[in-house]
Each structure stands twice: as C-alpha cells, then as structure tokens.
Design a protein around this ligand. Sequence first.
Ligand code: PEP
Ligand code: MG
Length: 639
Amino acid sequence: MGENSGTGVAFTRSPATGEKALYGEYLMNAQGEDVVAGIRTPHPISMLKEEMPETYEEFGRVASLLEKHYRDMQDLEFTIEHGRLYMLQTRSGKRTAAAAVKAAVDMVGEGLISKEEAITRVEAAQIDQLLHPRIDPNSKTEVIAKGLPASPGAATGKVVFDADDAAAKAKDGGKVILVRTETTPDDIHGIVAAQGILTSRGGMTSHAAVVARGMGKPCVCGCEALLINYNAKLFRAGAVEVKEGDLISIDGTTGSVILGEVKMIAPELSDEFRILLDWADQIRRLGVRANADTPLDAERSRQFGAEGVGLCRTEHMFMASDRLPIVHEMIMSETIEERTVALDKLLPMQQGDFYGILKAMDGLPVTIRLLDPPLHEFLPNTEELAIEIAKLRLTNGDPGEIERKDAILRRARQLHEFNPMLGHRGCRLGVTHPEIYAMQVRAIIQATAQLLHEGYHPETEIMIPVVMSAIELKLLRTQCEEVLQSVEQETGVHLEIPIGTMIELPRACVTADEIGKVSDFFSFGTNDLTQTTLGFSRDDAEGKFIPAYIEKKILANNPFAVLDRDGVGKLVKMACELGRSVSPEIKLGICGEHGGDPNSIEFFHLTGLTYVSCSPFRVPVARLAAAQAVLRKCIAIEE
Ligand code: PEP
Ligand code: MG
C-alpha cells in the first residue's frame, strides 16, 4: 500500500545474544513473505526509528507490554498500514543457548521470573552450543565479505555448493562449509553435515539462519557481496575468487567470511552462564564428574565445574605412538619374564600419566580404571600385515624383517576374536595377565604416594571393568591389595585407596548384593550394559538397524544415547537396591555416555545415584540437567 506501509518481524531481546533490545527486521512496501523468504534483504528494525519514529515508539511500548505479560522473550510479527501499527502475532521466541541463558538470568534480575524458573527456561542439551570454538581475536584474518551474524560460533571448512556434496564429504570425515544463495528444507542433510552455513541472500529469519541457530551451528547469511556461480562451482567476493574445495572460515557471531583457516580458541563461559550454573549447583543433588584421560581433559573439566574424574580410561594412554612399540612387546612376550621387561618400561610412563591427572584434580576424586580393551586392538590389522609380508616375500625383502612381521601376524591371529566386545577384555585381562594390572596398580599408587609426599591431596580410586561376579572381583581386589601393601612397605606411606567396580553386565546387576560386599563403589557402564542387555553391538547397531527401529517406533530413541529406562534402567535400579542392601552408604556413579544426556540424567537422579560422569564439554549440561531433574520432580509432586 505504498511507502508508508510495510511489515516485519522482531524479538523483544536478541535471539542470538539475549541482549535486551528490540531486534528484528522489516521492509516497507512489501509483504510478510518478502521479509522471511530471503528474496529481499530486509532493514534492521533500528532504521524504523528514523523512518517512522512514532510507529517505532508505539511498537516498543507494545513489545515491552507483551513481554511482561508472558514473562518471556517474545517473537512478534507486525504490519504497518499507512503509518498505523497492527500486531499480527506474538509467541515465545526461539533463541540460541547464549540468548536463553542471558535472558533467563536478566529476567531474574528484572523480577520477572524466579531462579528456579530461570533454570527450567534453558534447554540443557542446547547449552552445548555455548561451548564451541570462536576465532582468536589476535589471529590475523583476511575478511573477504560480511554478512548477517545469524548463528553464533565459528567454523572452518572446505567450500561446497550443494547439500548432497556436503553430506558426502562429511561422511568421509571432511569438514565443509555449505555455501548457498539461500537454503530450503531440501538442504537439511547438507546443513546437518556442514560445520557452518553461508548464504548470499536472506535475513536473520531466513531458513538457513533459523535452522542453523536451532542446531547450534555457525551461520552467516544475507552476505550480498558474494556472487555465487553454481555451474563453475565458485564464488567471488570483490576481487577474491573462492573455488569448491578451498578453505574458508565463517564467524557467525560477527558475520565475517574469512579466507583460509583461522586460529580458534576454546569457549569461555559468560558471567550469566556461570551464574545460572551456580544456581543449578545449589539445587541439584547429583554429583557431576568428568570422563577424562589426560591432565588437559581433567583441567578443562574442572573449569567446567566437574567435581572429580569418574572415569579415566587407561587404555587410551596405551595407544600413544611412543608407547605402542612397548605395548607390542608386552603382548608379544612368550614368558612372564619377557613381559615384565616391557611392563617395567611402561610403569614410569603410566605413573607420569596418573600423576598429571591426579594433580590437575587435586583434592577431588579420580577414578582410574584398569585396562579394558581386547589385546588385539593394539596389534596391526592382520589383513594389511599379511599383504605387507607377501609383498616383502615377492620382492625378496629382508628375511629378519619378514620373520619379525610373521611373528606379529601369528600372535595377532591367535588373539583374534569373533566377538571382541564379549571377549578377552576388561578384568578378564587381569585374570589371565595379573602382571599387567599389577603394573598399573603400582603406577597409580606410586603416583599417589609421590603427590602426597609433595603436599598434594590426591583422592585416588581404582576401578575394575567388566566384572560379572563377586568371586572374580574378590580375586582381582586381592591382587590390587597385595601391590598396595608392597608399595606401602617400600614407601612407608599409608594409603587409603577405594577399590570399586564397573557394573556393566546384566549378571553384575542381578548379583550386585554379592558384588557390593567386595566393592567400595559401583560405577554403571551403561554403554556395555546397553549392549549386553539389548544384545545390540555398540559398534554396529547404530549404523545398521537402530534408525529403522526408531522409524518403526519399536524404539523411541537410540538406546546408546538415551537410557532405555524400562530395560537397562530397571537393571540399574535393581543393582542400586541390591548394592545398598549390603552397603547402605555405597557410592553409585554412572560413567557411560548417558551420563551427559539430560533425559538419562533425570532417570539417574530419580534412581538415587550419587553422581554422573560425562565428557568434559558436557559437564555444564549435566549440572543444569541435574538441577532440572530436581525441579521437575518438585513440580510433579506439587501437581
Ligand atoms: C561403559 O561401558 O559404559 C563404559 C563407560 O566403559 P567403556 O565405554 O569404556 O566400555
Ligand atoms: Mg564398558
């Protein structure tokens, strides 16, 4: 209806940052479709202030009234007809995790909502987004274009122009940035696969922006300086030409498009984030620990608020390139004497590992798990090795080398198992090769003694994996205690080190009253417990048939991601009750992947576990989810 009529969309707070200011876009002489479809790039709402000051003021007043009424950030749609404002729609606005956190904390300050409400306002799974990398401000960057900062965070990847290409390259492990004029729902698989999205058209409410924000992926959109040529598979930004496969970086917080790779820095937690998590800590009952295998992981998780390490997987330390030859030596040994030589070399290395982690977590518990994986995982692939040997023979290679490789191949074949996940792993290794566990226990105890001597306060715990019976655990416990006693005699230092077990087999769950008599604590290994309860291989099921099970509604979720409460959960509950029946104060933890999943965390809270342990980046998620579980239960009781 002419230049004094128009339409737009706006938020009462920034949906990207949560900052309290009107935030949105509009177009004069246009229809709503023009604003959201990305056909024309709309103007920021601040321009309305100059163009139509009275209408802008009226809009601000109405927006504030609606926000106060609904006590939440509003997403508004409006139209202006010959200068007169009409509100078309209002609803709670979708927002990034950063915005959700800031708006929730600010609204407590403004007296709009309570702390408890603030905690429930932030979706726990979503705060993962806050923990992603951003561009190091000190790094030199070549900004080639600027678009709209549609979804925060930064990413680097190779340019692709098509969603199918993005999906294919990502499947092969490639990191890509999907570049499109605009995106449509047909591009979803490409958006899922890409590290970030860059579009040349469309506003903050365009498809690319909304979808990327929801996924927590960086997105720059409406970057009109880009001239995209799909046929030639390139884009131009001024004088710069970027071809498919070239590396670019995007900064979804500033809207910058940068040539090449840039230095990223790990995310820091905002003040509001810390405040919200502090409130969550005051409310939650579950402890939150981290799964950490290195001092760096331990340090990082401590910064994220972890109250200890719930699982240190020692096999990850065996995989380091400087150790593998020694580990080979250990496995290849024909006699205990030979194996002891290799173990003696590993001992100081392991001691150093444990020293570092215990020091980083000083004063907090660190659960170190004895070696778990199948031995053959440390040996080379038998097929590749057989080909290598055949080639050496054909080319008259060095006989000594052929003999050495042959011996490795023989051993690898000997150790081969048809079901390694149900095979010679976990504490079965400790039963057949007690010297390996003895070396690890010695390294753990010596590291603890060293730290005590230096005035630190290590809280070491030893954990035995894949236990299926009390007799098995008792035997291994006795072996550990013998090492403990001999180190005590050597050092003259008395050490209190709890020895506990993972509960990750159905048999361990149903005999937990027996196991509880010889275990100082339980930690549920829900990855293996899910595998063994459902009979689903954790290495294969997710790629092969779980999607069909979800599609056909046989399963509601992937049971390796969200705990199967009716099956695995029932076993966990039974094991907790049996364990407590013989040891009322027994500490009960969970260190499978479910320890970082909000839905599963709620179940662990309701079951009365002592703590959850999850990957470092999920620690904040777990802190929040644990508080939400308390609040949800309170609401349920009130209802
Ligand atoms: C588990 O099984 O849940 C567990 C934590 O151990 P891992 O994943 O190392 O087998
Ligand atoms: Mg396990």
